[in-house]
Design a protein around this ligand. Sequence first.
Ligand SMILES: Nc1nc2c(ncn2[C@@H]2O[C@H](COP(=O)(O)OP(=O)(O)OP(=O)(O)O)[C@@H](O)[C@H]2O)c(=O)[nH]1
Ligand SMILES: [Mg+2]
Ligand SMILES: [Zn+2]
Length: 317
Amino acid sequence: MSNSGQENLGTGIINKVFGLYYTVNDGQKDIACFLKGKNRINKEFKKFTNPVAVGDNVKFQYNDDGSGSIIDLLPRSNLFSRRDKGRNAREDVIAANLDMVLVIQSFLDPPVNPRFVDRLAVRAIKENIEPVLCMNKEDLATEDMTNSIMEYYRNSGLKIIVTSALSMNGIDSLKNMLTGKRTLLAGYSGVGKSSLINSIYSDLNLAVSDISDKTGKGRHTTTNVIMYKQKDGTELIDSPGVREFGLVDIEPEELGSFFYEFTQYRSDCTFSNCTHEHEPGCGVKDRVESGIVCRERYVSYLNMLESLLEYREQKYR
Ligand SMILES: Nc1nc2c(ncn2[C@@H]2O[C@H](COP(=O)(O)OP(=O)(O)OP(=O)(O)O)[C@@H](O)[C@H]2O)c(=O)[nH]1
Ligand SMILES: [Mg+2]
Ligand SMILES: [Zn+2]
């Protein structure tokens, strides 16, 4: 291998992140890489806990020992990130350059939390990534449970798919939906993210948690973000369970624009910058009263609005 300049450089896509180590695929093979000068790679590094993430295109240098040194981050079309709790919490980039975020919930073990789904959906829409809700463990669901989720998202524009990795119900449609795209599977620990990937591509054989371990709350079976690429180009990104999902970089005034059903009625609001909270003559609140917009989802919006206002206040205090 030559030591001189140019021919030692390559570009590739990060498909694994484990701590400070990365795997980069250069189109032929995976190369174990580390970062060279994280501050130089991502100028905004102080904002983030991690300078690069799965899905990032990077420039790297081939080293003589077969490893690589990442030297540059190439422009991103989008990034999916969250913020931890706390005043100075930094932004944690989960993945970049995505086509879709599949927000996974289970009907039971752990139970559904639509407010959590709403946060991830808002984050995705803000980044121009399509969010889809996948309701897994359909084999455990009662009709009431299914109805209440459908009720909550009526008129929301959010695509919903119901699956069971156990009975394989809905797996073919899920596979069709994912084909040819790069999708991040995100959600609480134990909802079945890895199980779903296994049910679509059985050859992957990902580790899933032991079925007997029902009380093991917060026990993470998947510990790293890893992208699996299929021959047809489909890319699925498995991720460890997230518990908190704080929003970053969203102004309270723009939040309503990420709730599809709200945008339908915004023109009826008296004020053009209406936050649909305290303002009189609000087209959205009218629709909540008349039952067109689900009240619970509206409350989820108010809850998010409040945390964004609080965050802004802290920032400028
Ligand atoms: N009944 C039922 N159980 C399921 C289904 N899908 C997954 N499970 C079970 O749920 C448990 C958790 O599944 P995992 O695939 O490990 O969940 P995960 O989301 O990858 O969890 P983390 O890796 O910890 O984030 C396992 O015991 C699975 O067997 C399903 O559709 N129905
Ligand atoms: Mg997992
Ligand atoms: Zn309004």
